[in-house]
Write a protein that binds this ligand. Structure first.
Ligand code: KG4
Ligand code: ZN
Length: 340
């Protein structure tokens, strides 16, 4: 019998619901973005996000069922992101999922948002060759993981300051681009010269798999200030291209240092920054050169969505790893450690 999971994702500024069958077949993937609401503030305003989730959640769930051509009675389980994220935003999804689980008397599955990003890969490749290295690059995280199987993570390195996505968003802001900045910097960078502006690459100590992007971000800000003080014109596309190249150089270098260290033959890519065109192209080139298999979700499954949550939930369902109805939002939930 098929396992039909409704998943809900409200950890940040996307209200999303999806129906996935057997952890693989996406029947619907509804995302109601709040970008327009937050962009006038230059970033996500937590209180506004919670209120918007409340307004949107029922319609988004209804749309997920309608698009899938299914009713509540068809569901095997309901899954929800319960951390990490904005507490007020998470609570809206958690409350909705608990009400559905209680009302229908079906299992409730609590999913870690980052684990969802990792599992977006299993929507395209359900049997990746383990062990593998997974690079998680989102708005809040930059992690290198060694995975021995679904749900088995060893953290090899993480950012010591800004996450990669955060750096993209901040550089976008100083360049006067809109929010979220990553996609805009990516687009503008495609028209610029990546060698035009000399920017630092932070590789940290010999052998370290940690990251640091705040020095790079500061270097971009200083470059722009200096140009302004001297009254020099700035070519924004060149700045964007040079910045993107500096981020990607470090991400690719450290990912393949991890591949070498752990002697793995495959790499997975996860999180919003995984949609970056240069990162995908340079990882693909290096992987081909070294005979390493590269797996990544299509760009629309890299950024926040609920299909990835349904996929992660499917593996929990099969293990019988259900959450109690007392499930609460866990805004700082670490990867691999459920809080229930
Ligand atoms: O994973 P995600 O959707 O949300 C979090 O869990 O944080 O990641 C959002 C981040 C934002 O910082 C956004 O600017 C960045 O991913 N991002 C990108 C691109 N698309 C989204 N960064 C660089 N290039 C992109 N194409
Ligand atoms: Zn995310």
């Amino acid at each position: 019998m098929s396992i039909i999971i409704l998943a809900i994702e409200t950890s940040c500024d996307e209200t999303a619901a999806s129906i996935v069958v057997d952890g693989r077949v996406i029947k619907s993937n509804i995302i109601s973005s709040q970008v327009d609401v937050h962009s006038k503030f230059g970033g996500v305003v937590p209180e506004v996000a919670s209120r918007k989730h409340l307004e949107l959640i029922n319609d988004v769930i209804r749309a997920a069922l309608e698009t899938a051509g299914l009713g509540f009675q068809d569901l095997s389980a309901v899954a929800v992101t319960y951390g990490p994220g904005l507490v007020g935003a998470l609570l809206v999804g958690v409350a909705a999922a608990k009400a559905i689980a209680f009302g229908l008397d079906i299992p409730l599955l609590g999913v870690n948002h980052l684990e969802g990003h990792v599992f977006a890969n299993l929507l395209v490749e359900p049997n990746p060759p383990y062990p593998l290295i997974c690079l998680v690059v989102s708005g809040g995280h930059t992690d290198l993981l060694l995975m021995h199987g679904p749900g088995h993570y060893k953290l090899l390195g993480a950012t010591r300051d800004d996450a990669a996505g955060e750096a993209f968003d901040k550089v976008a802001r100083v360049l006067g681009l809109g929010y979220p900045g990553g996609p805009q910097v990516d687009k503008l960078a495609a028209t610029g010269n990546p060698q035009a502006v000399p920017l630092p690459r932070s590789y940290l100590e010999e052998g370290s798999l940690d990251f640091s992007f705040s020095g790079l971000k500061t270097a971009v800000i200083n470059y722009l200030h200096r140009a302004q003080q001297r009254g020099e014109a700035v070519n924004s596309a060149d700045v964007a291209a040079s910045f993107r190249q500096a981020v990607v150089d470090v991400l690719v270098h450290k990912t393949f240092a991890a591949v070498k260290l752990c002697a793995t033959r495959s790499v997975m890519l996860a999180g919003g920054v995984a949609a970056n065109q240069l990162l995908r192209a340079e990882l693909a080139a290096r992987a081909a050169e070294q005979g390493v298999k590269l797996i990544h979700p299509p760009p629309e499954l890299c950024t926040d969505n609920a299909a990835m949550i349904a996929c992660a939930a499917y593996y929990k369902y099969r293990r019988g790893d259900f959450a109690p109805l007392s499930l609460n939002a866990a805004p700082s939930l670490p990867l691999g450690q459920d809080s229930y």
